[in-house]
Design a protein around this ligand. Structure first.
Ligand code: HEM
Length: 230
């Protein structure tokens, strides 16, 4: 008898992998906490790790579209929301550790610190941008907001730039002479620039065209390349 119910969407490997990847860092931090593997300053260790993971997921979110262009696999596009939300989760935990474990909710002290240090001002702006993006990332808002949804979500680019700047400024070293502990955020900055370049519409069109040509060629390989049984 024919049924009217919709077929259940099948889970894909990338989908499962994304969620494993999403929870793994948290499990790792908890494991290190309970087994005493954190550094001599455990709060700072957790706070820094959470911040870095937030940045990695943010860059991962921005990598989905270029990866889909390069490999022609649209599945990457479907993973953007989950990656973005994982980034927000880790950034939120990073801030919770700062506000609660580090400063015991001492709001006046936190306010003085946040307004007095450039890296915290930059981090706070990045956070203020990420909040509406996370809140409106659900289907309901995509339908309700129409074209404005895309306009708003374009803000992920400045959020990523500010997050990396916050990361770089939080390091001991000199961002402008690249001395000290700056190499990692610097390399991530280069990666971010590359991801931005791969979004240039004319380059995207060229890459898609190149990929299609390549696919057509490999489909029409001469028969002599085929292995015949026996
Ligand atoms: C999108 C928002 C944010 C991201 C992605 C982010 C990420 C990071 C990263 C990657 C670091 C450096 C970790 C390391 O040293 O390896 C860091 C440091 C830090 N962040 Fe954030 N952060 C954000 C917002 C904030 C906000 C709003 C605050 C507090 C108001 C904050 C407080 C701190 C503090 C205090 C440190 C220095 C920790 C230390 O070295 O002791 N962050 N953050």
């Amino acid at each position: 008898m024919p049924t009217t119910s919709k077929p259940k969407p099948r889970l894909t490997w990338l989908q499962v992998g994304t969620h494993i990847l999403g929870w793994l860092p948290l499990a790792w931090i908890l494991f290190d906490y309970f087994t005493g593997r954190l550094s001599v300053n455990p709060i700072q260790d957790i706070e820094q790790r959470l911040g870095r993971i937030g940045v990695y997921f943010l860059i991962g979110t921005l990598a989905c579209t270029p990866l889909s262009t390069l490999f022609g696999w649209r599945e990457f596009l479907k993973r953007r929301r989950a990656l973005g939300l994982y980034s927000f989760l880790y950034v939120s935990l990073h801030i919770m550790v700062f506000v609660d474990l580090d400063y015991g909710f001492n709001l006046s002290q936190i306010y003085a610190l946040v307004t007095g240090k450039l890296y915290l001002v930059v981090g706070t702006i990045a956070l203020l941008i990420l909040i509406p993006l996370a809140v409106t990332s659900f289907d309901y808002f995509i339908h309700q907001m129409g074209r404005n949804w895309k306009r708003l979500h374009w803000l992920i680019y400045p959020a990523a730039i500010l997050s990396l700047l916050h990361y770089a400024l939080a390091q001991k070293g000199d961002l402008f002479t690249l001395r000290g502990n700056i190499l990692k955020p610097f390399l991530l900055g280069i990666l971010l620039i590359l991801l931005f370049i791969l979004r240039i519409p004319s380059l995207r069109r060229w890459l898609s065209g190149f990929r299609s040509k390549l696919t057509v060629r490999t489909h029409h390989l001469p028969q002599t390349h085929k292995i015949t049984p026996g």
